[in-house]
Design a protein around this ligand. Structure first.
Ligand code: KG4
Ligand code: ZN
Length: 339
């Protein structure tokens, strides 16, 4: 089954063709650098750029996949959550294509997309169930238990800032630009991760929820009190100490999650923050120590927002319930709940 998938929930215009959930025939993305100077995504700019770019991205995707829309079995689109103005571009374009070409359209939850990203370019037979997925992105830091890729239950979430948002805010406080994750982790390489002791809020004893706003506030105070906040070594040490804090919080929460869900056969690490090599390495080590399977995306491009993961999730959801494919409009829903 070939699915043509669209992802426009934030600041990446993505179109992909995915065969049977795992095979990537084409995956094209246009990332909007225009937000960098604002230190965060500006919804109006994002929507305008999606509207300008989707045709070129779709054209390149179909060329790469060596197919036309007639060859496609179904369309898929991120219906939410995300920025309303951005979501609207993808849902409107795919709804019209669905009507025009008389193809089914599968609405996909963005987080179900991230959770499915681990299967891209892999064999489904290699996966173990149930898995525990740590989804760490700019808007979410969630734990899901997956009995399969279409049977997902949220068991933990960020109660304030998401981990990616914390990376972005730390970068903004240090004047490093946007998105913060890759820059902070690059600067951290030359820093001392024990230099500053930042809070590691773990919440109630058995909580699998996350809180990053206190960590961000502590970095704010460090910057305020610094003699020279532009000093390269100061910046590197803050970045390294912050990254270490995220590592410690994630490992502690994973430990708790294994206590709470002892049947877990695999830990998956997905979402934009999972592009972080240090975090990947530490979670991999943790899994080896605990004798369970570790999975993250095969390529870094599948960690940050992309349409390939939406095509994968659409396949699993369609397989479970073909009724979810609609032939009418898909509504954009910024607060969509994953059921
Ligand atoms: O999943 P994603 O592309 O978009 C959302 O759904 O939010 O995640 C974007 C987030 C940003 O906050 C970005 O700073 C973070 O992922 N990120 C990283 C890295 N690369 C991207 N965070 C830490 N280390 C990285 N290497
Ligand atoms: Zn995302």
């Amino acid at each position: 089954m070939k699915i043509l998938a669209f992802e426009t929930s934030c600041d990446d215009t993505g179109v992909a063709v995915i065969e049977n959930g795992t095979k990537v025939l084409a995956n094209v993305r246009h990332s909007q650098v225009e937000h960098n100077e604002w230190g965060g995504v500006v919804p109006e700019i994002a929507a305008r750029l999606h509207s300008e770019k989707w045709r070129a991205v779709l054209k390149k995707c179909l060329q790469d996949a060596h197919c036309t829309i007639e060859d496609i079995d179904a369309l898929a689109v991120t219906a939410g959550p995300g920025l309303q103005t951005s979501l609207l571009v993808g849902t409107t374009v795919s709804s019209f294509l669905s009507l025009f070409y008389k193809k089914k359209l599968i609405p996909v939850h963005h987080i179900a997309g991230h959770i499915s990203s681990v299967v891209l370019e892999r064999d489904l037979a290699d996966f173990k169930f149930p898995f525990l997925s740590l989804v760490a992105s700019g808007g979410h830091t969630d734990f899901y238990v997956g009995q399969s890729f279409s049977d997902l239950t949220r068991v933990g979430q960020a109660i304030d800032d998401a981990s990616g948002e914390a990376f972005d805010k730390v970068a903004k406080l240090l004047n490093l630009g946007y998105p913060g994750g890759p820059i902070v982790s690059e600067r951290a390489e030359k820093g001392d991760s024990n230099k500053y002791k930042l809070p590691r809020p773990l919440l109630e004893k058995d909580s699998l929820n996350f809180s990053f706003s206190g960590v961000k506030a502590a970095v704010f105070r460090l910057v305020q009190e610094a003699k020279d906040p532009k000093d390269e070594q100061f910046i590197a040490d803050v970045c390294a100490s912050f990254e270490q804090t995220v590592v410690d919080i994630f490992l502690k929460k994973l430990d708790r999650a294994l206590d709470k869900y002892p049947d877990t056969k695999a830990i998956h690490f997905v979402g934009g923050v999972s592009a972080n090599k240090r975090l990947r390495g530490e979670i991999d080590k943790f899994c080896q120590l605990n004798g369970i399977q570790f999975m993250t995306t095969k390529k870094f491009v599948y960690s940050t927002d992309n349409a390939a993961m939406i095509g994968a999730a659409a396949y699993f959801q369609y397989e479970k319930n073909p009724e979810i494919a609609q032939t009418q409009f898909v509504d954009a829903n910024p607060q969509l709940v994953l059921q």
